[in-house]
Design a protein around this ligand. Structure first.
Ligand code: ASC
Length: 148
């Protein structure tokens, strides 16, 4: 019985401590996953940019829909930067400065939550006011952690 418990505990520990790598069959999948999430994010962020910059007519419902996709995508890429998943455009600094990288993730998530709120305000001025700061966190992280 004791032995069984020990084994069960060990199995639970392994299951709980499986690195994020276990979520992906291979590193290439992790790279494709994080790039895909960021590609979708950029498409929808770009549509908001069109409205914020007056290139396309402001559409309040579309703004909310786009901002919600951006905020949803902003949650996704991070487990795909797990241990051993170096590659793509990711600078090695991501794995060397994990606290700083995490700070950038948190900032992005905070700004995209504000972006949804700004879109829900229902006027282009609110959207404009939050578009810049959100793009700023995209850029800051890319400057520090993405290869050219
Ligand atoms: C985008 C996109 C980025 C960011 C960044 C903002 O639409 O693809 O990487 O915005 O350019 O400065």
């Amino acid at each position: 019985m004791n032995r069984l418990c020990t084994l069960a505990l060990a199995a639970a520990c392994v299951a709980l401590s499986v690195p994020a790598a276990a979520q992906f069959a291979k590193t290439d999948d992790a790279v494709m996953y994080r790039q895909s999430a960021m590609f979708i994010m950029s498409q929808h962020f770009g549509r908001l940019g069109g409205m914020a910059n007056g290139r396309v007519p402001y559409d309040a419902a579309a703004a909310v829909a786009n901002a919600e996709v951006v905020a949803a995508m902003a949650k996704l890429p991070w487990p795909a930067f797990g241990t051993g998943m170096e590659g793509g455009k990711a600078k090695p600094d991501i794995w060397k400065e994990q606290a700083k990288f995490k700070e950038n993730q948190d900032k992005l998530q905070a700004e995209t939550v504000k972006l949804v709120a700004a879109a829900k305000a229902g006027n282009v001025e609110a959207l404009k006011a939050q578009f810049g700061p959100t793009g700023g966190v995209c850029k800051a992280c890319h400057d520090g952690f993405r290869k050219d």
